[in-house]
Design a binder for this molecule. Structure first.
Ligand SMILES: [Zn+2]
Length: 85
């Protein structure tokens, strides 16, 4: 059965937090912008590979996936149930 890994969702959230934090620090210390960009690209990569509907590949945002962890959630694009483990 196809599913999205709960671990990947957590990694995604951590990366988003790191992007924001390093970006804010980057305003005063510019080298942090490089870190921020690195985290951003890591996030985009994991998002494209792992955080999509397993059935149709449709985009789902992190907030919705977090919600989906706790209850039944159906893809907005194809209507299939998204399983999260
Ligand atoms: Zn779908």
């Amino acid at each position: 059965m196809k599913y999205i890994s709960g671990k990947d969702i957590n990694i995604g959230i951590i990366l988003v937090v790191l992007v924001v934090v390093t970006f804010v620090i980057g305003v005063t210390k510019w080298p942090f912008f490089i870190l921020s960009a690195t985290f951003l690209f890591s996030y985009i990569r994991i998002d494209k590979k792992r955080l999509r509907c397993p059935n149709c590949g449709g985009f789902e945002n992190l907030e919705r996936l977090l919600f989906a962890k706790k209850r039944n959630y159906h893809c907005r694009h194809c209507g299939e149930k998204i399983n999260i483990r």
